[in-house]
Design a protein around this ligand. Structure first.
Ligand code: PEP
Length: 257
């Protein structure tokens, strides 16, 4: 059985005090329920705002089983890029993973297939896990082009990687029409074909193939049951710690079979 990845991005939410409380609660739960380890077969990860990276790292500790990520990073290591944060800086702050190409960054901040490719390469160069987000719009889906579109996005971002580099990449399929307040939860049936397409190309070659978009406590178990899905990338449901802990329990039940 593959590792099941259960992660959340806090997006642009949480004060430091709120982030501290969430991370302290998670650490306490793992200590009391799992001897400080991750639940068996599960790789937890959390992606706070940049401002909370060092604070959360301090709370989790250096040897935490929870991977810590950032929501973006520049492809250059340093330089005149006002407002940006580089992968070495993210690593210096305690990050081990870099989220790349979320649809909100593609829509609002000009992220392209080319910039996702540069960022994946930068993360790998510095030993961080790239978490590549891909997903099609409602228009592309309605035209029947979902699988071709997401395969193109992934191929463009992962072009030129060696098998070893590819094996360190995590892909999250997040259809835009299913994300956030404006999205609607995908049905399981709608996800079979895109995951069959992604699985045919990437299962066994990447570290994880995750689903994200309106994951909630009612659909999480069924989503984990889709062939080729080995993790969930979650927004709103996990912003309250209890939601995230419940997702860990659902994943643990899935692993236990
Ligand atoms: C997301 O934005 O990546 C996401 C999965 O959000 P939500 O779970 O809130 O739809």
């Amino acid at each position: 059985m593959n590792t099941i990845w259960i992660g959340t991005s806090w997006k642009m939410t949480k004060t430091l005090a709120e982030g501290r409380e969430w991370a302290t609660g998670l650490r306490g739960h793992l200590e009391s329920a799992h001897d400080g380890r991750a639940p068996a077969g599960i790789q937890p990860f959390i992606i706070p705002s940049f401002t909370a990276t060092t604070t959360v790292r301090g709370i989790l500790g250096e040897d935490s089983p929870v991977l810590l990520g950032v929501q973006n990073a520049h492809w250059e290591d340093a330089g005149a890029w006002t407002g940006e944060v580089s992968v070495p800086q993210a690593k210096d702050a305690g990050a081990q993973l870099v989220e790349i190409g979320h649809s909100e960054r593609r829509e609002h901040f000009g992220e392209t297939v080319e910039t996702t490719r540069l960022k994946v390469a930068a993360a790998l160069r510095h030993g961080l896990t790239p978490l590549l987000c891909i997903g099609e719009s409602a228009e592309v889906k309605e035209a029947g082009g979902s699988s071709a579109f997401i395969l193109d996005q992934a191929a463009g971002a992962l072009e030129g990687l060696s098998a070893d580099e590819l094996s360190r990449v995590v892909i999250a399929y997040e259809p835009i029409w299913a994300i956030g307040e404006k999205g609607r939860p995908a049905t399981i049936e709608e996800l079979i074909e895109p995951f069959a397409a992604l699985g045919a190309e990437y299962t066994g070659r990447v570290a994880g193939l995750l689903y994200g978009g309106s994951v909630n406590l009612d659909n999480a178990a069924d989503l984990l049951g889709i062939e080729h899905v080995n993790g969930l990338f979650v927004g709103r449901t996990a912003w309250k710690l209890e939601g995230y802990l419940e997702l860990l329990r659902i994943a643990a039940a899935h692993v236990a079979g």
